[in-house]
Ligand binder design. Sequence first.
Ligand code: FAD
Length: 402
Amino acid sequence: VKTIAVVGASLAGLSAARGLRHHGFDGRLLIVGAEAHLPYDRPPLSKGFLAGTVAEPDLALQLDDEDLGAEWRLSAPASTLDTSIGRLTLYDGTWIDPDGVVIATGARPRRLPGRTLPGMHVLRTLDDARTLRRDLLPGARLVVVGAGFIGAEIASTARTMGVDVTVVEAAPTPLAGPLGAQMGRLLASLHTDHGVRLICGVGVTGFAGTSQVTGVVLGNGNVLPADVVVVGVGVIPNIEWLEGSGVQVDNGVRCTAAGATNIPAIVAVGDCASWYDPRHGAHRRPEHWTSARERAATAAVTLLSRGAKHGDGAAARPTRPPYFWSDQYGVTIQFAGDATGFDSVTVEAGSADERDFLAVYRCGDDAVAVLAIGQSSLFMRWRRSLAAPERPRAEVAMAQDR
Ligand SMILES: Cc1cc2nc3c(=O)[nH]c(=O)nc-3n(C[C@H](O)[C@H](O)[C@H](O)COP(=O)(O)OP(=O)(O)OC[C@H]3O[C@@H](n4cnc5c(N)ncnc54)[C@H](O)[C@@H]3O)c2cc1C
């Protein structure tokens, strides 16, 4: 491997580039990014940056003295990948013939059908956050469509800015899908206790306004007046540019448990990548910061193992279960594992009423995921235990109790 192209200049791409250099790759490294910016951190965009407490330079993901020896091609989205001749072409018409490719093109917000009127926003990029921030004036009426983590964080931050906030969620509770209704109800009370109107169980059918959004039309016919709207209804992986490339895609780029695609010398990482999860016997595409960073290191090793001359020959480490955090209304929510199809969830430490607790999700007797507000050290122990699939989960739980 003499030349590697990393496509996507954000957390996963930068982490993969670091992983490649760390494991001894000393060849030509190109990092191709659609955005004009060097890699920056997205989590503060719905938190401190939106509130104005985190400045733009503090979002930079690269360290001041970090030199990866990479050639950066910014504002230069990749348009096609021809794996039959190994050619990566950019929208500006230029091309590169790399020996290895890291696909790290992330995801973009899903949009609702219809026109996007002034005052309507999504939040994914720095540019999105800049424009949203300008609209969040004290007293403005904000309607957030979708009570997922990003929607909830925007609602929480907007409250601290003196904005009047309503959140609309089609499911019966926030995050009913990933966390279940019981924990969803608990997160619902976070909104309502902080003066946010939460409307669940009703969908959005359209938006009112002509030159500016003035309202959100609900499935029950009601119209919520709005000066600002944020649509936070999930993300779609950026994989269309791979059409016809031969790289297998499904809900994301389909990868092994170490990030290899079906094409030799092409790996995929981050929010665009659907890795095989041996714990669940299925492919999963976590959309979380920690997975994007950790898995990039694994994928770098996978890529270099096909060109050992330039790598240190290290074996890819098994990945840890997905983990994410979310800061809302002054508390940090942490979740690790995968609760898909869980049978039960029980609060095992602290008190849900006091918003300082740890809850364990189980399939049969096996703990599969853990959710906590507070309880950091116990959460860390559970997180580690979920990463040890060779030990029966019930046994691990008992060992922790001792
Ligand atoms: C507002 C916000 C708050 C968040 N908060 C949290 C949090 O609290 N906790 C948590 O765990 N996670 C959080 N996340 C999720 C986390 O930021 C993402 O999981 C992470 O950014 C994924 O990194 P990535 O590099 O895979 O994708 P991205 O960060 O999406 O980067 C992909 C990059 O590839 C570029 N690209 C796309 N197509 C092309 C192309 N054809 N050619 C070249 N470049 C291309 C994109 O422009 C983008 O710059 C948050 C995300 C957002 C948006």
